[in-house]
Design a protein around this ligand. Structure first.
Ligand code: BES
Ligand code: ZN
Length: 588
């Protein structure tokens, strides 16, 4: 049995099988008062249940009849928080914990009205993955422990609460709402958002929630969502979560997307206006199979969630928009992988698919390795066995392990049996999983469209072709991105000005293009984007953008001091996930 090093719970003794929550949302004091009633299953010899908690105020613990139970809060350790050990009598089948969240409940971000699109109402959202659910719910916070749940939520009238379960589409005058999740899920997939929100249907079983100011843009951007769901089902089997909706959060949301069941949480930075960044929706949708149906048992097995999802995401995009489109995504992802391996070092253990995160924050292992090396391994197996056989394997895999959490070793055993691996093939797969770096022999992704953009980047870089002569009429945002990323690092400042004048990168409405441009031009000494960089960092909290930008600024002598002051000034507007990561850059 593989132990989860990031949870105090002892599943072999006692587990939660069902939860009924009540949450009272208090915007004035920025706290949630909660009760968690758990149905439990314990082994006859076990005398207690252990929950994970971190920075919670535990008010009391009772049995199902309301009789107080003895409990003890153990020592706190970094990242993990403290165990809540509750004594049980022999026949105990349920417990009830009453608590409130605190200032330091890091899953929560309470936004001021100014941080929203409408500027009039406050907003709250939670982020549970990887090990933050325990900061807003005392719970067995391990991806290996799954339970069904319901919740009763009380909010100020006029605000709409949404959860990773069945959702309302309109307001209740008393501010009272009920939610259900009928499939067993791990605690990291429990999520809540509250704000001035509106719903728009996008199809039979899909829709989008956003602030009224954003809802039109959001429903335009995600118009293909119902088709994505159809494509995903044709590939790997029926969608088992009833509805698939997306909520567009305010820009401080620390991730691009989060696959909360029935309701993906998404950053507004994918609203490019031209539907060019919707592979992110395909990605979060794909998690409805890889991740939410079949879940990594521990965070060391994170690649089982993300590697499969990246592969699946690109298959959805290929089904909808063709192979040439999906090839561009694959090449951009491969470029990310190469950069990550170079950064970590090709012999770093963190470049293995199977991680060793014991004693560290689970978040430390969540790099592009799981995503892109994981996907590359699946592509490698596909190329060995053929697409038809591989697709049929994936269908069986999702069916066989649905609603369970598995580790890497279970995957290896299952696939080698299903696809009749030769001893050599098994050795090869194990090398991908347990050895660092990349093997010598694999199929590297190629894209003709991006190769053309690459050619233009080198012709411009060498001074052979001026910006105004570059034919970009057929380019999607992916070609633009590849073009920028592949500009020669030693361009003259004049060349940056020329590009910016010709193409307007600094003021691009596409967040990925803007970010790539900033990363390229900042180290050159080009000053034309300075003000816009500050503005971007002051509104967007997506860690994938904010952290590399601050790292880059910190490396520039010209900007280092300014960047630190800026960060100190705006730190409070970031979610803890982003703020804590940037702290390390400035040694704070
Ligand atoms: N599940 C992840 C987000 C995550 C990972 C949160 C680890 C906390 C810890 C989500 O599915 C994801 O991968 N999001 C990406 C976008 C995706 C298209 C690669 C992101 O947020 O950038
Ligand atoms: Zn993901």
């Amino acid at each position: 049995m593989s132990q989860d090093a990031h949870s105090y719970s002892k599943p072999e003794d006692c587990v939660i099988t069902h939860a009924d929550f009540t949450f009272r949302i208090d915007f004035k004091n920025e706290t949630i008062s909660g009760t968690a009633r758990y149905q439990i299953r314990k082994s006859p010899s076990a005398g207690k249940i252990v929950l994970d908690t971190r920075n919670l105020d535990i008010k009391g613990v009772t049995d199902s009849a309301g009789n107080p139970l003895k409990y003890k809060i153990g020592n706190t350790s970094p990242f993990l928080g403290a165990p809540l050990e509750i004594e049980l009598n022999e026949k105990a089948t349920a417990i009830r914990v009453e608590y409130t969240t605190t200032r330091n409940s890091e899953a929560l971000q309470w936004l001021s009205p100014e941080q929203t699109a409408g500027k009039k109402h406050p907003f709250l959202f939670t982020q549970g993955q990887a090990i933050l659910s325990r900061t807003w719910i005392p719970v067995q916070d391990s991806p290996g422990i799954r339970f069904t749940w319901s919740a009763d939520v009380q909010v100020d009238a006029g605000l709409l609460p949404l959860m990773s379960g069945t959702n309302p589409t309109g307001l209740n005058p008393e501010g009272h709402y009920h939610f259900e999740m009928k499939n067993p899920v791990p605690a990291y997939l429990i999520a809540l958002a509250v704000g001035n929100l509106e719903f728009r249907s996008l199809g039979k079983s899909t829709g989008v929630y956003a602030e009224p100011e954003t809802i039109v843009a959001a429903s335009y951007e995600f118009a293909d969502m119902q088709n994505m769901l159809g494509a995903a089902e044709s590939l790997y089997g029926k969608y088992l979560w009833e509805r698939y909706d997306v909520i567009v959060l305010p820009p401080s949301f620390p991730f691009g997307g989060m696959e909360n069941p029935m309701l993906t949480f998404a950053t507004p930075t994918i609203l490019a206006g031209d539907r060019s960044l919707t592979s992110l929706i395909a990605h979060e949708l794909a998690h409805s199979w890889s991740g939410n149906l079949v879940t990594n048992k521990t965070w060391d097995d994170f690649w089982l969630n993300e590697g499969f999802t990246v592969y699946f995401e690109r298959r959805i995009m290929e089904a909808l928009y063709g192979k040439a489109y999906a090839d561009m995504l694959a090449v951009l992802g491969y470029q990310d992988l190469k950069e990550t391996i170079a950064e970590l070092g090709a012999d770093s253990e963190d470049t293995s698919l199977k991680l060793k995160l014991e004693g560290r924050d689970a978040d430390d292992g969540m790099t592009d390795i799981a995503y892109e090396k994981g996907c590359l391994l699946l592509l490698q197996i596909e190329s060995r066995k053929g697409r038809e056989a591989f697709d049929s394997f994936l269908n069986n895999y999702f069916g066989h392990f649905r609603f369970t959490s598995i580790n890497t070793e279970t995957f290896v055993e299952y696939i080698s049996e299903q696809l009749s691996f030769t001893p050599e093939q098994l050795t090869e797969v194990k090398r991908w999983i347990y050895a660092p770096g990349l093997p010598v022999d694999y199929v590297s992704p190629r894209s003709e469209r991006l190769e053309k953009a690459l050619k233009m980047a080198s012709e411009f870089s060498s001074g052979r072709v001026p910006a105004e002569k570059i034919d970009t009429s057929q380019w999607s945002s992916h070609e633009w991105l590849y073009f920028i990323r592949n500009l020669n690092d030693s361009l003259e400042i004049d060349q940056y000005s020329e590009l910016d004048e010709q193409f307007g990168f600094t003021s691009s409405g596409n967040s990925e293009i803007k970010f790539a441009w900033f990363m390229k031009s900042i180290p050159s000494g080009y000053k034309g984007c300075d003000a816009e960089v500050d503005r971007f960092l002051s509104t967007v909290g997506r860690r994938k953008f904010v952290l590399p930008l601050f790292k880059m600024l910190a490396k520039q002598e010209r900007l280092n001091q300014h960047a630190k002051e800026l960060f100190i000034q705006i730190r409070n507007s970031y979610h803890s996930v982003t703020a804590n990561s940037v702290d390390e850059v400035f040694g704070l």
